[in-house]
Design a protein around this ligand. Structure first.
Ligand code: SAH
Length: 260
């Protein structure tokens, strides 16, 4: 990268410079078969140039036009760079005529858009895998299990659709400029489930976790808790005063299916 480049904090521009981390990510990608790759935030192309070697149709969305001279060098029949804000495109429309069935979405993206990106890719695509660089603490929250400190509605939200695995721990020194915190590369792999109304499911989980210190009963005010307790919780060894964090993802799915 040109040493005079003015890295923009507001765009989360911390570029990956450690080859080992790039290799670890690419190794993981090589172990699955994809028919299309979407990269978010290619920057100066550290990952893009390696992904390109896999010869799979690759579309990279970059918001910063200043990177055009670096990135356009990578373009060819299989590799397209699109200068747009990934959050404001319609992913559904973009994918409509592409006919891909094994999509990988990948990105070393700014931390402040991790959750919007995850929500967007889960609701607007049926990506097979999503590989993202996230703040270490966010990785913990995504992957955590019931009763642990970091378990919350976002854990259920992610794990309901995906299996979560950490591909690599990434020391902050692997980036330039060096950010304040360490990161992790996580991989979300889609699983099949049978909830029809996802929006309704998410608002149910949000309610369940709305006040950490309250019991599930007190959080689920607009739901028939008596029914939930008598028809599910009791039979599955949960007490009437249990808290949201004690229930696993499958428990939430089962209860939701029962009340809808
Ligand atoms: N992937 C590169 C760059 C990481 S920095 C590497 O690993 O080296 C994050 C990148 O995301 C920057 O290039 C930034 O300009 C870009 N970016 C930030 N917000 C974006 C958005 N909404 N849509 C697309 N790209 C974005």
């Amino acid at each position: 990268m040109n040493k005079d480049f003015d890295y923009k904090k507001t765009l989360g521009q911390n570029f990956l410079v450690d080859k080992n981390i790039i290799n670890k990510i690419i190794d993981d990608v090589k172990h699955s078969s994809y028919d299309m790759i979407i990269e978010i935030g290619p920057g100066s192309g550290a990952l893009t140039s390696e992904l390109k070697k896999l010869n799979i149709p690759l579309f990279a969305f970059e918001i910063d036009k200043r990177l055009e001279s670096e990135l356009s060098k990578l373009e060819d029949d299989n590799t397209k760079i699109i200068f747009s804000d990934f959050l404001s495109i319609s992913l559904k429309d973009f994918l409509k005529d592409k006919g891909c069935s094994n999509l990988l979405i990948i990105g070393n993206i700014p931390y402040y858009i991790t959750t919007p990106i995850v929500k967007k890719v889960t609701s607007e695509s049926n990506a097979k895998d999503v590989i993202l660089m996230v703040q270490n603490e966010v990785a913990l929250r995504y992957a955590s299990k019931p009763c642990s400190k970091s378990y919350g509605s976002i854990s259920v939200y992610v794990q309901y659709n995906y299996d979560v695995k950490e591909i690599a721990f990434v020391n902050k020194k692997c980036f330039y400029p060096v950010p304040k915190v360490d990161s992790s590369v996580i991989k979300l792999s889609r699983k099949n489930n049978n909830i029809i109304n996802e929006d309704k499911f998410y608002s149910f989980i949000k309610k369940a976790f709305s006040h950490k210190r309250k019991t599930l009963k007190n959080n689920l005010v607009n739901y028939d808790f008596g029914f939930i307790y008598n028809n599910y919780l009791k039979n599955n060894n949960f007490s009437e005063t249990c808290r949201a964090e004690e229930l696993g993802v499958q428990d939430y799915i089962n209860i939701f299916n029962l009340i809808n």
